[in-house]
Design a protein. Structure first.
Length: 246
């Protein structure tokens, strides 16, 4: 999928790649079924070891949560006010304990029903305990790359700090499936870490930090169109810059 996108980069163990296609060949063992399973398996195992708390899902940076939610709400709200986006149903993918679903989609934006999709049972169970039952539709225990999002179902589909775990191919497939699942005037909301010039693979949890151009390429390959992009303003300087796409 990255054959036409050329970019150098490396991984957290110091291996350097002249092109992203070479990295995927190495990480996915020639894009074999075994290699793909190992890539995703490492990420799930990492998150199974993390506590089902706000601090746990934010990697020890619980203090960024309020600013994160506020800026996300400010980014999305104009689509509701000016673009006639409805608030009938939403889904938060890679939902963890439901932080984004609860604080952003339900509390700040007022979606009538929000579904959650999350592969780790202990995270999803915590969300079941904490979220208001009258505002939640389905709790799906599963992965983004395997999920059937349906057709003409959602007004917003959120992908926040989980796109880093998708291979390029599966990111493109997600965009295609998500587009088909949107209702009229609906949007896909993507919020991810970015890096300036070259990709970086974290070997501990099988994640990839991409450049903005890389994300735009994958979105376009999935038939999507970026209609808005804004960097998160209030965020610790020692962390990666965070970009929001609609």
């Amino acid at each position: 999928m990255s054959a036409n996108f050329k970019q150098k980069g490396g991984d957290s163990e110091g291996t350097m790649y002249g092109d992203i296609g070479d990295m995927w060949q190495a990480e996915l063992k020639g894009e074999s079924e075994e290699g793909v399973k190992e890539w995703y398996g490492k990420a799930v195992e990492y998150w199974k070891q993390q506590p089902a708390t706000v601090n746990g899902v934010l990697g020890g940076f619980e203090h960024v949560s309020d600013d994160d939610i506020m800026e996300s709400a400010g980014f999305i709200l104009p689509f509701i006010v000016k673009e006639n986006m409805q608030r009938v149903r939403a889904i938060d993918t890679g939902a963890g304990i439901g932080r984004v679903a609860h604080q952003l989609l339900i509390n700040k934006l007022g979606f009538a029903t929000t579904d959650l999709l999350e592969p780790c049972a202990h995270m999803l169970n915590k969300a079941k305990e904490d979220l208001p039952s009258d505002k939640v539709g389905e709790f799906y225990e599963g992965s983004i790359q395997d999920h059937d999002f349906g057709v003409d179902k959602y007004d917003i589909i959120t992908l926040q700090w989980v796109g880093i775990y998708l291979t390029d191919k599966d990111f493109v497939d997600f965009i295609m499936k998500a587009r088909a699942s949107l209702r009229p005037n609906g949007i896909i909301f993507i919020k991810e870490n970015t890096i300036r010039e070259s990709f970086l693979v974290d070997k501990e949890d099988s994640s990839i930090t991409r450049t903005m151009d890389h994300y735009k390429y994958l979105i376009t390959q999935g038939g999507g169109k970026v209609v808005k992009e804004v960097y998160q303003k209030k965020f610790p300087k020692e962390l990666f810059k965070v970009i929001m796409f609609a």
